[in-house]
Design a protein around this ligand. Structure first.
Ligand SMILES: Cc1ncc(COP(=O)(O)O)c(C=O)c1O
Length: 387
């Protein structure tokens, strides 16, 4: 007999990730023979770079593949250190770099190392829903700040001043380029925000997972502004390695050992196979730039094509591979609209309520990480659907 007293914890009551629910529904339709254009999930359709797959193959045949140091293998940490020098001119010792099981594990570790239960951490809305869910599951308090066109969809020190009126803030988490908006902060705006956090003793966490995927803006890392910033990054997006579950963090010196201790018990180590592949991926820039050129072509196609069929209120797509579209002239219920679009047009996209509980019912997020022909097909189908 199931007793009611054996119930799940209160903190496990986090919202589902609707993008994954849309994916599941799309898969059902595909199983019944429908062809669906997938624009709901934020993952590259390209596989990991060839050299990464070759290195993994070699390791599978000849390697032992065991636990590694909790901080990750030295050659990968050193390769990442070299990456910072080459990409940003930033000197980052390998000792401050920690390899993680995707950036998702990085968030768990960073939050545990920097915050105590009940601490308030500021996020943007719209924003990536897992931030909020992980914080809640860890007994922390997400404080979502609605951002809009007036601040180009990013957080400012003025927002933080307002939030501080309701109580102290322990952390601020920002992504640039951001998910779902695709917007990037200017170097000045990012620096100003980081400096404010530094002055106010607020941990600044910079999710740089979409770095490398920018279409003209200046890409800067929070590392260049503060040694106290926590940097979260991943091989999932630019490097096309979502399924390999491999990412990294750059930590302030004082957090390295505490984070290592937590990681030893939570994960033991990141997967060795993926760490070996990741070293090779860092040297596959040519192949990855070709993938990025494909996103750029998709972006252009959609930025030109969506307004023609009535979706003309789009956020600036500075980076990542998302278009966040205002659908309010068609519907005030993005969940229902996305469902109808999936069933009637066979195009899967994610309702904005996943990212923003307040205004998300008027938005849809389209991922353009798929094949160019699929994007064309999506435009044709949406043109009929919206007519
Ligand atoms: C903004 C952002 N951060 C982090 C992640 C998690 O990525 P992973 O755990 O694969 O590194 C995602 C995934 O979509 C994301 O969009």
């Amino acid at each position: 007999m199931i007793k009611e007293t054996f119930s799940p914890s209160i903190r496990s009551d986090v919202a589902p990730f609707i993008a994954m629910d849309v994916l599941a529904e799309a898969a059902k339709l595909e199983a019944s023979g429908r062809k669906i254009v997938h624009m709901e999930v934020g993952q590259p359709s390209a596989p990991a770079p060839k050299s990464a797959r070759a290195a993994a193959q070699e390791a599978l045949i000849h390697g032992r593949l065991g636990y590694t140091e909790a901080l990750g293998i030295k050659p990968l940490r050193e390769a990442l250190s070299a990456h910072y020098l080459k990409t940003y001119g930033a000197e980052v010792p390998a000792e401050r770099i920690m390899v993680t099981t995707g950036s998702s594990a990085g968030f768990n570790l960073a939050f545990l190392a920097a915050f105590d239960p009940g601490d308030r951490v500021v996020l943007t809305a719209p924003g990536y829903p897992a931030y909020r869910n992980i914080l809640k599951a860890l007994g922390l308090v997400p404080v979502e700040v609605e951002v809009g066109a007036d601040t180009r969809w990013s957080l400012t020190p003025e927002h933080l001043v307002q939030v501080q009126k309701d109580g102290p803030i322990k952390g601020v988490l920002v992504a640039s380029p951001a998910n779902p908006t695709g917007t990037m902060m200017t170097a000045e705006a990012l620096e100003e925000l980081i400096r404010y956090c530094e002055d106010e003793n607020i941990w600044f966490i910079s999710d740089e997972i979409y770095h490398g995927l920018d279409y003209g803006g200046e890409q800067i890392t929070a590392l260049n502004t503060s040694r106290n910033a926590l940097i979260i990054n991943s091989f999932s997006k630019y490097y096309c390695m979502t399924g390999w579950r491999i990412g990294w963090m750059v930590l302030p010196e004082q957090l390295v050992r505490p984070t290592e201790r937590i990681a030893q018990s939570l994960y033991i180590s990141p997967p060795e196979l993926s760490q070996i592949a990741a070293i090779a991926a860092l040297n596959s820039v040519q192949e990855l730039e070709a993938v990025k050129a494909g996103y750029a072509a998709n972006r252009e196609l959609l930025l030109e094509g969506l307004p023609r069929i009535g979706l003309d209120r789009l956020l600036p797509v500075d980076g990542a591979f998302y278009i966040y579209a205002d659908i309010s002239r068609f519907s005030a219920d993005s969940l229902d609209f996305a469902k109808r679009m999936l069933h009637e047009a066979g195009v899967a996209a994610t309702p904005g309520v996943d990212f923003d509980p307040v205004h998300g019912h008027e938005f849809l997020r389209f991922s353009f990480a798929g094949a160019h022909d699929d994007m064309k097909e999506a435009l044709d189908r949406l043109s009929d659907f919206l007519r």
